[in-house]
Design a protein around this ligand. Structure first.
Ligand code: ADP
Ligand code: MG
Length: 613
């Protein structure tokens, strides 16, 4: 609670006590009674009255402070002193509660994420200094002890340790790291002392980027929020107009008593403020986004959450998204020469690429590559090309071989085939196999359970491989042998059906597709800035089940939003009806209004809770 909120609460309590004293203990009459009730009234409401006065001077007559002032002054005029004080008191309780809730959710999120490092131990000329992470430059060496948060992204120079990435990924399984491995800011060093060479300044680090992303997420508004704002715009004028008609028409046209109808009109004014709607909707989204980020799911705005909740088509990239992306070499078939030579050449040629295939070939070779590739180039979705020891090497699929005019026989083996050519001469092929991720099938099943109608896999791989994977995982459709541009076309075709479409990829070579989908999700993005920037939703680790969790959390958030909107509108409608017929007095109105606000806020904060696994 801030100082201001504490003062506010003190005023509310003082006024409540005074109201009780005047009401129950002081048997006053006439003017004295009026004056006695004025004391708690002004204590609790002076700022509202003052605000209203200023608004009148600016001509803003539909402001909630103004409406509350009219309602309470009107009640005083009718001799309903207690009601007047109570309305002001409850209005202030609602305001206070709202302030605390909004502050709390905001703080909660950044605190829960617990990413911001407080300091870095930097080694300068052999001397350790404790400095602000912002003061460390790229290429400096920092020392991190067990239990300390890793302040900056970098590469381990010395020492081995286990790292807890829970703050980023929501996964608490420690990862072992040693010299040469990358570590990421915001994670926690668990067991050993390590020295790290920094690779980016703090402002560019993973922790800083993610915090910025979460803090800005509330700026992108969901469609329901726009709807609520428009609703609020006409709700208040309508209710106020209703109040005016109610106060004037029956006495003038039907010679009814003024006091009865003015009193009913005041009930209208009390419920004229759309607070519960206006506050609870963004609060719910903020809570939902915060809850998701605690599970390692970063959602860049309420609108994406809204679309994700409605997702009907989910399109996946294959390699690295549904499959592990770590291939084992199952077969080496040289045209001439030895298997080892072919593998060594493939590893050397692939050693520059970040593609999962390339990294697996290098890993299968197991030794440091002998020759550095020159003029290396990715042929996205087909393979690579590089010059090694003066020879021009191509490695890739049949399509690549056709493009360079090297004849290659069709290979009927299970797995992904990498054909090799040197200076336009065919060298043979490697067959590599990848396996689906352990939770991929389960993720597809639970997406279906959440209302996804169609799951599609897009891949640049051979049709046989695509079909095998699709069958194993229970996907509805697989489209094979696609270049990145074909993937964009495929997604555009699926978008034509008009149902919300989610694309999930690894963010490495599918940025154009990510951008084209209604919601682009990048998976396993920890440490990959490009993927974090290209996607609308970022899954920090690479488990497909995080996607179904994201859909589930989004749907829950939308459910809470709907509950709040329907509940608030229903209660207001009932109170207005009862007010018009004289069945609800100001007590009922103010209880209902503040009650709805408080319940809506509490319900909104439910969105912050993380489901048990
Ligand atoms: P996916 O669509 O499954 O993510 P990509 O579009 O990245 O796959 O690649 C499509 C195909 O291109 C692969 O199946 C492979 O045949 C070939 N390919 C891509 N990158 C490489 C590489 N670095 N080395 C050899 N072949 C590659
Ligand atoms: Mg890919």
């Amino acid at each position: 609670m801030t100082k201001k909120q504490k003062k506010h609460l003190t005023r509310i309590i003082t006024a409540a006590v005074l109201l009780a004293v005047v009401w129950l203990l002081l048997p006053l009459e006439g003017v004295w009674q009026l004056l006695a009730y004025c004391v708690p009234y002004f204590i609790v409401g002076w700022d509202v009255l003052w605000g209203a006065l200023r608004k009148i001077l600016h001509g803003e007559l539909l402001d909630e402070e103004f409406l509350m002032s009219i309602a309470t002054v009107g009640a005083f005029a009718l001799g309903e002193y207690r009601e007047a004080v109570a309305v002001m008191l409850f209005y202030q309780i609602g305001e206070w509660f709202q302030g605390v809730a909004v502050g709390k959710t905001r703080r909660n999120i950044t605190q829960l994420m617990d990413l911001r490092p407080d300091y870095a131990n930097v080694l300068r000329e052999g001397i350790e200094e404790k400095v602000d992470p912002e003061e460390v430059e790229v290429g400096e060496t920092i020392l991190i002890r067990p239990g300390e948060k890793i302040p900056l992204d970098g590469i381990i120079l010395d020492g081995t340790t286990a790292v807890n990435t829970a703050a980023l990924t929501g996964e608490s399984l420690p990862q072992d790291k040693g010299p040469g491995d990358a570590v990421v800011s915001g994670t926690v060093n668990l067991t050993g002392v390590i020295t790290v060479r920094t690779q980016s300044a703090f402002g560019e680090s993973t922790a800083a980027k993610i915090l910025e992303l979460v803090e800005n997420a509330s700026e992108q508004k969901a469609r329901v929020e726009g709807f609520i704002t428009r609703l609020a715009h006409w709700y208040t004028p309508c209710v106020v107009a209703g109040a005016a008609l109610l106060a004037v028409i029956p006495p003038l046209l039907f010679s009814q008593p003024w006091s009865v109808w003015v009193q009913r009109a005041l009930v209208f004014l009390v419920v004229s403020c759309p607070c519960a709607l206006v506050v609870s909707v963004p609060l719910t989204f903020f809570g939902g986004i915060g809850g998701a980020s605690r599970c390692g799911i970063l959602i860049k705005g309420a609108g994406y959450m809204e679309t994700l909740a409605k997702a009907r088509t989910v399109v996946f990239d294959k390699t690295g998204t549904l499959t592990k992306g770590s291939f084992t070499v199952t077969h080496i078939v040289p045209q001439k020469g030895s298997k080892d030579d072919l593998l060594a050449l493939a590893a050397a040629a692939e050693s520059f690429s970040r593609h999962p295939i390339a990294q697996s070939v290098v890993a299968a070779y197991g030794k440091p590559v002998e020759a550095e590739p020159e003029d290396a180039k990715d042929h996205t979705g087909r393979g690579i090309e590089a010059v090694i020891g003066g020879r021009h090497i191509f490695a890739g699929n049949e399509r690549l071989m056709n493009e360079i005019g090297v004849p290659c026989a069709g290979v009927n083996e299970i797995g992904t085939v990498i054909h090799m050519a040197a200076d336009r001469e065919y060298l043979g092929y490697l067959v590599i196999a990848d396996t689906p991720k352990p939770d991929a099938a389960e993720a597809i099943r639970s997406l279906k359970a959440e209302g996804v109608e169609k799951t599609v896999m897009l891949t640049g791989d051979k049709a046989a491989v695509a079909e095998a994977v699709a069958a194993e995982l229970g996907l509805d459709e697989a489209r094979a042998e696609l270049l990145p541009a074909d993937k964009v076309t495929a997604v555009e075709g699926l978008l034509k059906t008009g149902s919300p479409l989610v694309f999930v990829g690894d963010g490495i070579n599918d940025a154009p597709v990510l951008a084209r989908a209604d919601v682009g999700v990048a998976m396993g993005a920890l440490g990959s800035d490009a993927a974090i920037e290209a996607a609308d939703i970022v899954l920090m680790d690479d488990a497909p089940s995080k996607l179904s969790l994201a859909v589930r959390l989004s749907r829950r958030t939308m459910r809470i939003v709907r509950q709040n909107v329907v509940f608030a509108l229903a209660v207001k409608a009932i109170v207005l009806l009862m007010g018009a017929t004289g069945d609800a007095n100001m007590w009922v109105a103010v209880f209902a209004d503040v009650g709805v606000l408080v319940l809506a806020i509490l319900n909104a904060m439910r969105a912050l809770l993380v489901p048990k696994k």
